[in-house]
Design a protein around this ligand. Structure first.
Ligand code: SF4
Length: 206
């Protein structure tokens, strides 16, 4: 276990994914809906959404405007409704309605990028993966263990920095740490156990 893993364990323990889901179809749709939105807000709409459209076939056959009404309280509800209906159609056409379990297959689906695919791999299939969202990108670069070039480069840097067995856990720890401690504005540096080794903090101090 490296120093960063030890400190993440001390600060945030072992957080769970904050999205509610009962199966990999629900997980995939919830992750897509969580773009530019909080998990809490997504959870408010998915219970009734998944009751109405419990699988890929049902969602693929839905009218986009009906789905938009179900997710109205989320931002960008029209485009998100269009996206998840297209995604469900793709699931039915390419994978018989089942969520595939490889990065290649997942990213072949409409609107699914590496970040979404990585969350599904880690959370749904227990496959080691590092999903780089806005929180992970910020925290990794502030700490000096990521790469500012792109989320893809950051993912590769983190995969080198942490053992494969820790990828899923470290990803959730960094999301949680970024959401509640190392926030974009006014990070809680004064109480942070990373102070000594944090690039951002030490640059700011100079
Ligand atoms: S010292 Fe501040 S910027 Fe660095 S990791 Fe901690 S909260 Fe984030």
């Amino acid at each position: 276990m490296n120093t960063y893993e030890k400190v993440f364990d001390e600060i945030v323990g072992t957080p769970k994914c904050e999205l509610n889901f009962d199966n990999n179809f629900e997980l995939l749709i919830a992750v897509v809906l969580s773009a530019q939105c909080t998990d809490k807000r997504v959870n408010l709409v998915t219970k009734s959404l998944f009751k109405k459209y419990p699988n890929a076939k049902a969602l693929a056959e839905a009218k986009v405007e009906d789905v938009a009404k179900e997710i109205y309280s989320l931002g960008f509800y029209n485009s998100k409704a269009k996206n998840i209906v297209s995604l469900a159609k793709d699931l039915v056409e390419k994978f018989n309605g089942q969520v595939p379990s490889t990065m290649e297959d997942l990213t072949s689906l409409s609107g699914v990028g590496r970040k979404t695919a990585s969350v599904v791999l880690a959370e749904g299939f227990n496959v080691p993966a590092v999903a780089v969202d806005t929180h992970v990108f910020r925290v990794a670069n502030r700490l000096g263990i990521g790469s500012e070039k792109s989320p893809y480069h950051c993912e590769m840097a983190l995969k080198k920095h942490f053992p494969k067995s820790s990828w899923g856990k470290v990803h959730l720890q960094m999301v949680h740490f970024g959401r509640y401690h190392c926030k974009a504005k006014n990070p809680s540096c004064n109480a942070c156990k990373f102070q000594k080794i944090c690039l951002y903090y030490n640059k700011k101090k100079d």
